[in-house]
Ligand binder design. Structure first.
Ligand SMILES: Cc1cc2nc3c(=O)[nH]c(=O)nc-3n(C[C@H](O)[C@H](O)[C@H](O)COP(=O)(O)O)c2cc1C
Length: 140
């Protein structure tokens, strides 16, 4: 199976609550598992950063659905490329939530080199390392 990785950034719809985000993530885990898609979703200050990995068709189809979802806007593709292995193996959709970017300042500095949270300035590899760093912290 050829593996692909898709990374995008978007902004939450104005009225979206953390409960809505948790519900998106819970449903996503079930659907992603059936599609053999893994990945991570960061939600912070009304911004989403999501990574999806899996076969080309399910990842494309899922992204098409996500693009049309009115619960977010200004969807920007950061990366779509073939990769050798999954970085989120075993995570159908791991949600990381931080109320403010100050809460993940150490990880952000470490992986991005910048100090203000601006997902559009990151490349795909940095997004993956950053999200994985946050997941490791959440597991501890
Ligand atoms: C920021 C964001 C991320 C999402 N991520 C996923 C995801 O990883 N997997 C998923 O199945 N749905 C995800 N969704 C929800 C989809 O847009 C869609 O509602 C869901 O896949 C159900 O679609 P369906 O009813 O056509 O099966 C996401 C929605 C948003 C707003």
């Amino acid at each position: 199976m050829q593996l692909y990785r898709l990374v995008y950034y978007s902004e939450a719809a104005d009225n979206l609550t953390i409960q809505d985000v948790k519900s998106i993530s819970a449903k996503a885990s079930i659907k992603n598992e059936s599609l053999l898609v893994s990945g991570g979703l960061l939600y912070c200050e009304g911004k989403f950063l999501q990574i999806l990995e899996g076969s080309i068709r399910p990842v494309n189809k899922l992204f098409e659905t996500i693009l049309r979802d009115p619960r977010h806007k200004n969807v920007n593709l950061i990366e779509f490329s073939r990769v050798k292995k999954r970085e989120f193996e075993g995570w159908e959709m791991s949600l990381v939530f931080f109320p403010t970017s100050r809460d993940f300042y150490p990880e952000y500095i470490k992986y991005s080199g910048g100090d203000s949270f601006d997902p559009m300035s990151l490349d795909g590899d940095v997004c993956v390392a950053f999200l994985r760093g946050l997941l490791e912290r959440q597991k501890r």
